[in-house]
Structures are given as C-alpha cells and as structure tokens.
Design a protein around this ligand. Sequence first.
Ligand SMILES: Cc1cc2nc3c(=O)[nH]c(=O)nc-3n(C[C@H](O)[C@H](O)[C@H](O)COP(=O)(O)O)c2cc1C
Length: 245
Amino acid sequence: MQPLSIILVRDIEKRKELARLAGNQPWVRNAPVSMVFCLDFYRIKKWAEMCRVDFRGEAAVNHFLIAYADVMIAAQSVAVLAETYGLSSVYIGTLLHEIDRVREFFKIPRLVLPVMALCIGYPKSLPGKIPKLKRKDILHEEEYRTPPADEILHAFEEKYGVIDQVKEKYLERAFVEALEHDLQEGPGLVEHVKKEMKRLDIQNSAQFLFKVRYPTEVMVRMNRGLLQSFKNAGFDMFDTSFPVS
Ligand SMILES: Cc1cc2nc3c(=O)[nH]c(=O)nc-3n(C[C@H](O)[C@H](O)[C@H](O)COP(=O)(O)O)c2cc1C
C-alpha cells in the first residue's frame, strides 16, 4: 500500500520554520535538505472509496503499526543511501510535539501524520562515535536470556561512562546534541544542562536520562496532546468502542 508521503524541504524560510517547529534545533535549519516523513492513509482511503470498499487504516492499530514501520524503514534507507554519498543525516523526532502546527504549515490533510524528519547535509566533521550497548547486551541466541540486574547496570555504565567526570566529556557520550547545539547556535544549552544536573542532584546516567533529557513526567504528560493531534488528523485507533460485526 505504501502508506507514506515525503515532503522535501529545501527553501531556507521553510527550513527555518521547520527548525522552530522541531524545538529550535539548529541543524534542522542548517542542513540544506530535510525530508518530512508522513504516515499517509489519505491516498489509500480515497482510492478505497472510489473502489467502493471500506478501508479504515485510521481506526486499526495493526494498520498503524505496519505503516509506521514502513515509514521508518523508508527513512532509514534514505539515511543509509545518504551515507554512501558522503552525506550525513539526523532524525528529528520532536515534530511529534507539534503535529498540528506541522500539518498546518505544510498543508497536510487529514489522515496524514508527519512522524519525523530526516535532515541531510555535508558533515563538517565526522561526529564522534556515539557509544552503544554492546552486541552481547542486545543479541540473544535462539531464545531470550533475561539479563541479571548487575549485568544491566554494567551495560549502561559501559555505554554512558561515569557522571562525575568533566561534564562536557560526559555529555559527549550521553547528550552529544547539547554540545553540537552550542557549536552551531552559540553557547547556552550545555550550561543549562549542567545547571539542571546540579539542581536535580543527578547521581547517575538513568537519572540524567529520565530527569533531565526525557523527564518521565513530561513524557507521560505529552500523551494528551499527542493523542489529541492524532484525533485532529482523523486517527482514532485507540477507540475500542466501535461496533464489530
Ligand atoms: C525516531 C528518532 C528521533 C530522533 N529525534 C532526534 C531529534 O529530534 N534531534 C536530534 O538531534 N536527534 C534525534 N535523533 C537522533 C538520536 O538522538 C541519536 O543521536 C542518533 O539516533 C544516534 O545516531 P547513531 O546511530 O549514528 O549513533 C532521533 C533518532 C531517532 C531514531
């Protein structure tokens, strides 16, 4: 069904607005090309209507999950292809905070959801390798092996390093975007993050992630707006009250 559409954004004024909608991430404005990836049931629904058949992707979680996977696979294919041309890219997920405004700005109709953007450009320098969990931590042979607690602790310690080192060094591993933000936009974010770490008395990487970077309360509170934006776009797959014959 190919439930996706891509909006190619090259115009500098549009890039600036896209950057604002993404929460003022400077690389969104600076990258010469961005692609806004949308999950698109509009085209399929119209087609089904014209063919006199009921299609309700917007009401079916299964359709949604498959379509979302489809969109992300397409984006990742572009990211990999871009690399082969010596380009680099970054995913932008924060558009999800502003789905209504993104839809309005890009004239996106109902049943189409912008789910993220991929910004593509020529890298000034190759970013340091962002540490990852080790293969042994995520790969299971033949069946799932539930890791013991100390192994989980160790795996994340290895990934993020220790928090009581020079904060910039720590952020290189745990929040490289803050350093990059200050490089591209001027100082501000790193200082802010350091102050927040102090104010919240952050003791370890999990506390950093779930109190500073992705505060749990904020993430959960976002549900309301997110689900409302889904509804505004005509998506209603969380409604289990519809009649099933
Ligand atoms: C769905 C998704 C959304 C993301 N959103 C953002 C974003 O809004 N801004 C950003 O700078 N990076 C964003 N990232 C990038 C991550 O923060 C991280 O830097 C990247 O996935 C690591 O890339 P690597 O695999 O090359 O190490 C996003 C990544 C994914 C998968």
